[in-house]
Design a protein around this ligand. Sequence first.
Ligand code: F1X
Length: 404
Amino acid sequence: MRSWRRPARENGGAEVPDPQLPPPIGIDRPGSFSRSVFHERHPVLVANLLADFPYPPHVAEALEALLAESLAGDVPARTPGGPEIHTWHLEVEAHAGRPWESLPFLWAESYFYRRLLRAVEYHHYDSPWCGVDPFAPQKHAQLDGPELRADLDAYAALRGAGAADRRRALLLAALWGNQADLGFRTNNPGADTSAGDVLVDDSEALWELAEAPGDAPVIVVADNAGREITADLALVDHLLETAAGPVELHLKPHPYFVSDATGQDVVATLAALDRDPHQEVRDLARRLRDAVRMGWLRLRTHGAYVHPTDYRTLPADLAAEFAAAKLVILKGDLNYRRLVGDLQWDPATPFAEAAGHFPGPVAALRTAKSDLAVGIDPARLAKLDAEAPDWRLTGTRAVIQVHA
Ligand SMILES: O=P(O)(O)OC[C@@]1(O)O[C@H](CO)[C@@H](O)[C@@H]1O
């Protein structure tokens, strides 16, 4: 079996096999999770959009056509418009004419969201729908929901905790906050949102790197808006206190994978924190705003976060930023898929082998919500597979994995 590695920018978009890596996870296998994302999750996702917005007929038709094409059609030759058109020209050129179901999962999903934004005219400057986040109603519902209230109550209750307990609680909140992603809940509304098992816990190594002396930044690459970015902001606030240098929070440049956090979501989250009855929570929002104003907390985004590629093909500028950081903390399932590659790894493969290409020290905080797994102890793996065969998909198992 061979993997297809696509350094599109270096070779004009053509795919080349990489014999060193396992093959990609595809969307062709009946009964697989990745296929269900297209055949079960996306139809609900499109129905939600049509219910949430009074889109005119041509937008509704474009969404329905995209759905139908992604279930049974081929990739058209036309590049969907929007930012970074050159990158997308190369990507589309390398995949045009292929049946959707033959595509790698990561590429297909990312391309689906590019097409979805095109269908709802998100980047059309002369459309009234330009800049209207199609997922905003779902994101706002979570910001106003009872679960976030409970999270903030728990945050306020940390006021009396000792330093070590507080630090641990903030890290675990950021870890399990990843369970709350809205893409995951699209066709899984009853998902368990209580914390589960941490299968690998390299948290001591994480703190050692994050709190090491020196002016280099700690970078947190965010994942979802709502409960997750709220917990991430609390972790960032802690890092601003304990890390010697600045902290960067990397966000998506536009809506993506339903609930991925953008700059707009951070602003909305700070406003939600301001409305909280707890003084501790309002103080958190104030400290974060001050930190942004002072340049201690830098909000950042990059086009690479919405490319259909993994972190083996990072653009040089972002790779250089990662290399210069004290630590890069990658949040969530999609960042994990990009880090180790969305490939059919043997789950016992050492994390260092799969993530060793990353340009600097890296920590993954991930709840498992797709088939991919690496760095799992074989004895633990055998037990998990026997006792909970769907453990990779339910969001109730997590890892804190570090490679330096
Ligand atoms: O990155 P996140 O928010 O943790 O998860 C993204 C996710 O919803 O998208 C994929 C399928 O759509 C899955 O890998 C995962 O469940």
